[in-house]
Structures are given as structure tokens and as C-alpha cells.
Design a protein around this ligand. Structure first.
Ligand SMILES: NC(=O)c1ccc[n+]([C@@H]2O[C@H](COP(=O)([O-])OP(=O)(O)OC[C@H]3O[C@@H](n4cnc5c(N)ncnc54)[C@H](OP(=O)(O)O)[C@@H]3O)[C@@H](O)[C@H]2O)c1
Length: 317
């Protein structure tokens, strides 16, 4: 099979031929029809997560997949060959990966039945980003009419966070480029805050009394703390970048949480349900070939992000 593989630190990823992996008792083998790119994949290739994740070389890159179960281990009763599924590899071990024709999916992964009305390409754009967005929006629990500032709103996680906050009846302030305005409004944003320029000043000027919640997908600890000043007393903030202080308390009774999709109970079935009912959808910026993912993994500059880049491995539909 084809696979994008990292052989060691400081080595470029390569597209190589590998034997189809064997399945263990608790694992399933999935023929990957489509796999989407996450920021984490770039971080894995760049070695940024070295020390935090366990690289077991050779590492096949990629976490998100949509495809068809082709084999199941002796201990698996939930799935059978022919099932159409989607999901993401979770946990901290890097070895199996989804930028490959087949992936072994273990019990720590999140996997769910692919909504039948959704193609493999769109389904592959969902798992890690949507579950992360769900955790972040739940962490700030917006009520009807409350204002939620979402930074990085146009990207993979952001496109789901805007939809999920808006589904709860929140007014979503979404950061974006001027050309993102229509796109972000279609996702449910009520206000667009310029991505460039002083985010803090832009929001403070428009909402001098503060907003109720912040979902921050962009900043490190210092930037995150500064953005929490935009919250009213008792406001809630969440970071997907581990930027919230340990213990979660920031001044003015603001609570702050870090969210991590790699651990925790399965949430993908809820996402699948929302998608099936037409309440949530994936934004696919571009569908590409597996070969093109190699360049995307190491690119120093990129086009502005709108949703997800998806590699089609088998015939997409
Ligand atoms: N904790 C978890 O479990 C978890 C899971 C998934 C992702 N994450 C993290 O969440 C973050 C977002 O992930 P993603 O997959 O959504 O990334 P993404 O698809 O690359 O999107 C990032 C978004 O942030 C915007 N952005 C980048 N720099 C910005 C800045 N300085 N000011 C304002 N906007 C900026 C980008 O805009 P342009 O493209 O227009 O520049 C883009 O819209 C990443 O840091 C990722 O590592 C965490």
C-alpha cells in the first residue's frame, strides 16, 4: 500500500510502499477512502510534539480518516467488514497513520458509522476538528443570545466551532479576513472581527461591556490571557492550544479551560447525528491527491485556510 511515512526526526516525510498492516485482536483495518490534514500532522512532521508524543518509527502521518472496514480482530464485535466509518486516531502514540491506503484503528481511536448521506471526502474532514470544536464550545457553554468570540474561525476547528456555538443560539463573533465574511456568516457568525490588526482593540471598541465567552484556537498563553480581558466578569474561555493557565482561574472570576480531543469519551456519534440531520456540515477547502499532502505537510507558507484539506485515496464520492 501507499503511505506517507516519517522515518526519523529531522527527516522529510516520504510517500513509500509498505505492507498492509496486520490487525490485532481489538483492532480493525480500514481501507482509507479519504484522509484530512490537521495542524497536528504538520506539528508531528516538524517534530514540534517531540517529547509530548511517543514517536514509534516508522511513523505513518495522519489522524483523520473515512473509509470501509475490511478486517476486524477476534475481539471486535462492534464492526464488520463492509461498514462505512469515519474517525480519528487518538492517544499519544505515533505509528499508524491515515495518509495511507489502509489504517489499523485501535480501541483508543474515535470511530463512528459514516452518515450515509455524506461522501467519504466530506466525512474525512470532520472527526478531529469537529470533536475539538464540540469540546471547546461545551467548555464555554454559551446560552441563547450570549456573545462568543471565536478566533481562527475560518479554519478546520473554527468552522465547526462557529456552527456549534451558533446552534446553541449564541451570537458568534468570528475572526477572519475581509474575503471570509460571506463564508463565516453562512456558518452562523453574526459579526466578523478582522483577523489582522489589533483583535483586542477591535472587540473592545465594539463591545465595551465585554463578551460572555471566548473560544481561542490561535494564541499562546500570553495572547490568550490578554484576550480574556475582553470577557465580562464571570465569563468563560477555552483554548485548544493549551494556553489556559493550570487551575483554570484568570482574573475577574473568568474560568478558562484547555480542551484536548486526544483523550476522553467518544463524541463522534453525536457529531455524526448532527451531520445526518443537516445541522452541521464540513467545509472542504480542497480535495487533493496523496502526493500533494507531502508538500502541504512541510509548506512554509500557505494559502488562507477555509475549512479542511482532504486527500482522496480511493475513488471519492
Ligand atoms: N486540543 C486539541 O485536541 C486540538 C485538536 C485539533 C487542533 N488543535 C489546535 O487548534 C488550533 C486550530 O487548529 P485548526 O486545525 O483549526 O487549524 P487551521 O485549520 O490551520 O486553522 C487555523 C485558523 O487560524 C487562523 N489564524 C492563524 N493565525 C492567526 C492569527 N495570528 N490571528 C488570527 N487568526 C489566525 C487561520 O487563518 P488564515 O488561514 O487566514 O491565516 C485559520 O483560519 C491549532 O493550534 C491546533 O494545533 C487542538
Amino acid at each position: 500500500m501507499r503511505a506517507i511515512v516519517l522515518e526519523g526526526f529531522d527527516e522529510a516525510p516520504r510517500l513509500v510502499r509498505r505492507p498492509v498492516p496486520e490487525v490485532g485482536d481489538e483492532e480493525v483495518l480500514v481501507r482509507v477512502h479519504a484522509a484530512s490534514l490537521n495542524s497536528l500532522d504538520r506539528a508531528v512532521v516538524a517534530g514540534v510534539v517531540r517529547g509530548r508524543m511517543d514517536y514509534r518509527f516508522p511513523v505513518t502521518v495522519g489522524r483523520d480518516f473515512a473509509g470501509v472496514v475490511t478486517k476486524v480482530g477476534a475481539g471486535v464485535s462492534r464492526w464488520k467488514p463492509g461498514d462505512e466509518v469515519f474517525g480519528f486516531l487518538a492517544g499519544l502514540t505515533l505509528h499508524h497513520g491515515t495518509f495511507a491506503d489502509y489504517v489499523v484503528v485501535g480501541p483508543e481511536a474515535q470511530i463512528a458509522r459514516k452518515p450515509p448521506g455524506v461522501g467519504f471526502t466530506a466525512a474525512a474532514a470532520v472527526p478531529l476538528a469537529a470533536v475539538t470544536a464540540l469540546l471547546a464550545v461545551e467548555a464555554v457553554a454559551p446560552q441563547q443570545g450570549e456573545r462568543v468570540l471565536v478566533t481562527g474561525a475560518a479554519g478546520g476547528v473554527g468552522s465547526f466551532a462557529v456552527q456549534l456555538a451558533s446552534l446553541r443560539g449564541a451570537e458568534v463573533l468570528a475572526t477572519g479576513r475581509p474575503q471570509d465574511e460571506r463564508y463565516l456568516r453562512r456558518l452562523g457568525a453574526s459579526e466578523i472581527v478582522p483577523r489582522d490588526g489589533d483583535l483586542h482593540d477591535s472587540v473592545a471598541e465594539r463591545h465595551p461591556g465585554g463578551v460572555e465567552a471566548l473560544v481561542d484556537l490561535v494564541h499562546d498563553a500570553e495572547g490568550f490571557l490578554s484576550l480574556t480581558e475582553l470577557l465580562r466578569a464571570g465569563g468563560r474561555a477555552a483554548s485548544t492550544r493549551h494556553a489556559a493557565p493550570n487551575g483554570g482561574a484568570v482574573p475577574r472570576r473568568v474560568t478558562a479551560a484547555n480542551v484536548l480531543a486526544a483523550f476522553g469519551p467518544p463524541r463522534l456519534p453525536e457529531i455524526a447525528d448532527l451531520i445526518e440531520r443537516g445541522r452541521l456540515h464540513a467545509v472542504v477547502q480542497r480535495v487533493c491527491r496523496l502526493e500533494e499532502v507531502l508538500g502541504e505537510l512541510v509548506a512554509e507558507t500557505r494559502a488562507p485556510t477555509r475549512g479542511k484539506l482532504v486527500a482522496a485515496l480511493a475513488t471519492p464520492r
